[in-house]
Design a protein around this ligand. Structure first.
Ligand SMILES: [Zn+2]
Length: 269
């Protein structure tokens, strides 16, 4: 009896954790690596100081990992819902009911505002935490299933077959797509994707967190459409899905990287 209780509890914790895992560590590393290439010298210097010589890549998944640390209850648990926003079909971020505990958009707005307008009143450790969170959350903001529907908990409730393995749509976008699309390391992804000119980088970095998130909601809708068009009871996603959605994957990672650089350069200007 006791044993099965422990198993149930750990399963709940497991599903809860996967629900918030965004791109998985490789996706977050790719986003941070692209951003790092486009930091101004001033931003680089300040970030270097805050992170004690470590890079933003080193900390790109810190916000996921803190959930399993002893510090989680020291206020970090208030950021539990800040990795995503679930938008049901037919709604937009603007028209949906907002989570009172916050979401990825309001979380980013709050942290950025603190860093821009309340910087002098923050302690160094708060600045470091906020920086690490922003690095992670700009990645999550671009992960399609972090803009998935509330009705299926961001794809967690939509069962699919990934090649021969049963999983769900959220998990596909956590890491399976990245791992299946290429066998590159995060730095090879960065090297291959980060080839756009200054004009593109500038145009893509215009806009607000809400606008960037709304783009992700639209991309998520295309993914749902594809899955819903399947005639199988449990849709099978395999080579064709990887081929069809790799451009979306690459664009989201790249844009997240450029936009993260823009956010950090603005904060540390
Ligand atoms: Zn996350």
């Amino acid at each position: 009896m006791k044993r099965s209780f422990i198993i149930i509890i750990s399963l709940i914790m497991f599903f809860d954790a996967t629900a918030a895992f965004g791109w998985g560590s490789k996706g977050h590393d790719i986003v941070a690596a692209i951003a790092e290439q486009h930091l101004t010298p001033k931003a680089k210097r300040k970030i270097d100081k805050f992170l004690d010589g470590k890079s933003i890549i080193y900390f790109s998944s810190w916000m996921d990992n803190i959930q399993n640390s002893p510090y989680w209850e020291n206020g970090y648990n208030l950021t539990k819902t800040w990795h995503y926003a679930n938008v049901d079909k037919g709604l937009t971020y603007d028209t949906m009911q907002k989570n009172p505990a916050g979401d990825v958009v309001t979380g980013l707005e709050k942290l950025t505002d603190e860093m821009m307008n309340n910087y002098d009143n923050l302690t160094d450790s708060m600045r470091v935490d906020y920086l690490k969170m922003i690095v992670h959350m700009v990645g999550d903001l671009h992960c399609p299933m972090h803009a998935g529907r509330l009705s299926d908990r961001g794809g967690n409730g939509t069962k699919v077959m990934w090649f021969r393995n049963e999983t769900n749509l959220h998990s596909v976008w956590d890491s399976r797509m990245i791992e299946s699309a290429r066998t590159w390391s995060y730095s090879e992804w960065c090297e291959q994707l980060d080839r756009k000119d200054r004009k593109y980088r500038k145009s893509i970095s215009d806009g607000s967190y809400e606008e960037w998130f709304s783009d992700t909601v639209e991309e998520a809708a295309r993914i749902y459409e594809y899955v819903e068009a399947s005639e199988e009871i449990v849709p099978v996603l395999s080579y064709q899905f990887v081929y069809d959605f790799s451009p979306l994957l690459e664009e989201q990672l790249l844009n997240a990287g450029y936009r993260l650089a823009h956010v950090l350069n603005t904060i540390f200007r």
